[in-house]
Design a binder for this molecule. Structure first.
Ligand code: ATP
Ligand code: MG
Length: 190
């Protein structure tokens, strides 16, 4: 949690190894295999491929049938899988990004605002999918559906005005965090 500019993305980038800390160090357990969904991540998709071609490129060992099923689970049905990535909406790109990440998920997920651009039905589907995830997950989200459904501990950066230097850990879920602090995520969905 934290206001815009508090440093949430920067923290996740340091965990993901994309950004180096000025001081201190990042230590990850030896058995961790990380999957990272960046806030501006969708540039890793190949704009010239279609949805199904991208999945075929990512999972060359899989048959077309299972990849269509995967696409379908992320709401690309019928001809949608033949849309070129360059023509996808923000929400469609996020869905494709999450489909790629969750097909064969690693044991540690780092997600930076994964539900941005997603509609409510898609978010609920994603929360359901992630509820069954057995690994460890750290995420930044302003989305109450996501926060309520998935958080079990809250790290707040920047405090009340976003510039506080000391991060705070709240041991409970998002729901306990809001009742303790009175802070709510500024999301529009309740
Ligand atoms: N590479 C960089 N060099 C210098 N300053 C940066 C860099 N990246 C981010 N910042 C600054 O660091 C601060 C934290 O940025 P960050 O993107 O981590 O915020 P955030 O908490 O993720 O915000 P948001 O809710 O808008 O996503 C911001 O003031 C930002 O302008
Ligand atoms: Mg951010």
């Amino acid at each position: 949690m934290g206001r815009n500019g508090a440093g949430k993305t920067t923290l996740l980038k340091m965990i993901a190894g994309v950004e180096m800390p000025d001081s201190g160090e990042v230590r990850l357990g030896a058995s961790l295999i990380m999957g990272y969904f960046a806030q501006q991540s969708l540039d890793v998709l190949d704009a010239n491929l279609t949805v199904i071609e991208q999945l075929q490129k990512d999972f060359p060992q899989e048959g077309l049938g299972s990849l269509r099923t995967l696409a379908g689970a992320f709401q690309f049905s019928g001809d949608d899988v033949d849309k070129p990535i360059r023509a996808l909406s923000g929400g469609e790109k996020s869905r494709l990004g999450m489909a790629r990440l969750l097909y064969d998920p690693p044991n540690f997920l780092v997600l930076d605002e994964p539900t941005n651009h997603m509609d409510l039905a898609t978010k609920e589907m994603l929360v359901d999918a992630l509820r069954g995830y057995e690994g460890t997950m750290i995420f930044v989200s302003h989305d109450r559906t996501f926060l309520r459904g998935l958080s079990s501990r809250v790290l707040e950066l920047g405090g009340e005005n976003g510039t506080g230097a000391t991060p705070k850990i709240y041991p409970g879920s998002y729901v306990e965090y809001t009742s303790q602090t009175g802070h709510e995520a500024p999301g529009t969905h309740s």
